[in-house]
Design a protein around this ligand. Structure first.
Ligand SMILES: [Zn+2]
Length: 177
């Protein structure tokens, strides 16, 4: 497997049209996600967000890291590790986002990321610097959404409208590594 930064993808075939969907993210979900990503050291890691979805509004309730292989330039999760991670999840909680880290400041999807995403109904977030905070949220974070056969990277204004940081219910956090 090559380092994924070598796997540049084609540009978006059409502009992204904002969906009107909103994801509410409690601040503690962001710090928990950073902690879990940084546990892999100078290697890429992935974390998943689950929670409620009600109409256009979804709320992050759980941050979970599956068993995985972390390498400096990519990561890998087996199907059985995904099953293990979700088997005790409350039935009404849905997958909301897949998050992974990149080594440097580039946070656009690679072709590898396009292939590794577990669902086209979730957001895909890429954190720079192996999860270390380098700028105030959400600067530097790559937020991707599937639309018209492409994982669009949202512009800053679109990210601002799509992800709202606000306190929420108590957070479930589980690390299966
Ligand atoms: Zn990636």
């Amino acid at each position: 497997m090559q380092d994924e930064y070598l796997l540049r993808r084609a540009p978006a075939p059409s502009p992204f049209i904002p969906s009107g969907l909103v994801l509410q993210v409690p601040p503690v979900a962001i710090t928990t996600t950073r902690d879990m990503l940084q546990r892999a050291g100078r290697r890429e890691a992935c974390v998943f967000w689950y929670g409620d979805r009600d109409g256009n509004l979804a709320t992050v309730r759980s941050v979970r890291a599956p068993r995985q292989r972390s390498m400096p330039g990519n990561y890998h999760v087996e199907a059985d590790a995904m099953s293990e991670m979700v088997h005790d999840l409350p039935e009404d909680w849905k997958p909301l986002a897949q998050i992974h880290s990149h080594p440097g400041t580039g946070t656009e999807h690679s072709r590898y990321d396009d292939a590794m995403i577990s669902s086209r109904r979730v957001l895909s977030l890429v954190f720079p610097a192996y999860g270390k905070q380098t700028a105030p949220w959400p600067q530097g974070i790559g937020v991707h959404e599937w639309q018209n056969d492409y994982w669009h990277m949202l512009a800053p204004k679109q990210v601002h409208d799509r992800l709202i940081v606000m306190p929420g219910p108590a957070l479930d956090a589980r690390d299966f590594r």
